[in-house]
Design a protein around this ligand. Sequence first.
Ligand code: GLN
Length: 468
Amino acid sequence: MQVLDYAQDVHSVQETTQTFAGITEQLIKRINDQQSLNVFLSMNPNVIQEAQNIDQHNHEGMSLKGMTIAVKDNISTTGMPMTCGSKMLEHFRPMYDATVIERLKKNGAIILGKVNMDEFAMGSSGETSYFGPTDHPQFPGYVPGGSSSGSAVSVAAGLSHASLGSDTGGSVRQPAAFCGIYGFKPSYGRISRYGLTAFASSLDQIGIFSGDVATMALVFDAISGHDSHDSTTDPRPTAQSSELLKEPFDLQTLTLAILPEQDLMGLDNDVRRVYEELVKKLTALGVKFIHQAIPGSKAWIPTYYILATAEASSNLARFDGVRYGWRDSSSNDMTMASRSSGFGMEVKRRIMLGTYVLSSGYYEAYYVKAQKARRAIVQGYSSIFSKADALLLPTTAGLPFKRGEIKNPLEMYLSDYFTVSANIAGIPAISFPAGNSSEGLPIGMQLQTALMNDEVLLAITQAISSVH
Ligand code: GLN
C-alpha cells in the first residue's frame, strides 16, 4: 500500500497517455479490493463521468484538477447519503453541498465518496461507527485512530490523493499520526463549517489529510476563506500557502517551544525516542528551542470534555425522530424511543454528560468554570507565541493500539491530551509523520502556532519534513 503522489499523477497525465479518468478507475478498483478496511460507506455514482469531464475540458486555473478526495461522512455532499457513522442518519440524504465540497468541485477535484467515522465524530479509535470499525492500513487488527478514521486510512492506503475530516479535539491529527500521514487542523474560522454536521460548534473545524505538505497546501488554499454562509469564518480570502512553500525556509531563523518534562511524563518509550531524536536533529541544524510550560495544561482534558459534551448535547437535540432520519414508533414517546435506539453508547454518554454540566445546579461549577479555564489556556498560548514561532509536541502519548484494547471511556478521553488544547484555543495545528515504533507502528509529531498563522505553519512543517 502506497500513499499517492498528486504532483506525480498530474505530471503523468500531462506527459503520457494517462488520464484522470484512468487514475480514478484504478482507484475504484483498489477501493473494491480493500473493502476489508471498511473505509468507504458510499461511492460517488458519477465519479468516472466527472473525471472524464475533467480530462476533456481545458479547465484553466483549476488548482486541484483531477485530485481525488474522500470525504468524512459528516460533511454534506449531494448525490450520496450522509450518515455521520450513525444509525440515526443511516438513510439520510443531504440536499446541498457543504461550502468545502462546492470549492473542491469548482477547483476540479473529484469526490470519490463518503468515508467511515466514529459516530457523530465522538471517539479516538474509529471503533464507534454504527457501520463497524475501520481497520489500520498496515497493521490489521489495530485501530487507525479517530474520529476521522476513514479519511486517514483512505490516504494512507493509497485510495485517494487527499481527504477531508473534522477535528473537534484531535480527530484529524490523531488518526494522521496513527496512519503515518499529514493531518492539518487550520485555525478556527479559516475553513467554512457550512454543511459540516455540528458536534461542538466552538471547537469544530474541517481539516485535511494528505501524504505531503504541497498537496495539503493546494487543498487548504482551495477550500479556505470567508464564506457568507458561516458567520464565524474569518473575513480574509482564500489562503496562499502554496506560494509561501515555494520560498526557501531557513531553519536557522526558527525558534520552537517545547513542553517541560512533567508534561511529557506519560510518553510511550518509542514516542519519546522519536521526539528526542527530532529535537536533537533540529538543534544540530540551527533551530533554537525554548522550554515553555503552558499555564493550564492540567485543565486541557476536563475543559475539553465539559465544553464538547455541553455543546454536543445541544447540537444533537435536533435528532428527535421527527425532522431527520431514524424514527422509532415502538412506544408512545416517539422521540425518546428514536433517540434510545438510534444513538450508540458513546453518543448517549456524551449527551448525558453534556446535559448534566449544563443543568441548573451544576452549570456554574462545570460549564462556567470550563469557560474560565478556556480563557486561561488561550492566554497561555499567547505568551508562548510571543517568544517562539511554534510549539513542537507529540501528537499522541501512545502508539496505535489493538482494536478493543481500550475499554474504559475515561482512558480513551485521556488519550486526547496533546490534541484538545489547539481546539480550545482555536489555533492551527498539524501532525506530521516523524518515525516508527520498534514494531514499525507509525508515530506522529505535532506543530502548533498562533491564531491565523496557518500558512507559516505549513511552511515550517515542510522545512522540518524535508530534513527529517
Ligand atoms: N477524540 C475526541 C473526542 O472523542 C475528539 C473528537 C473529534 O475531534 N471529533 O471527543
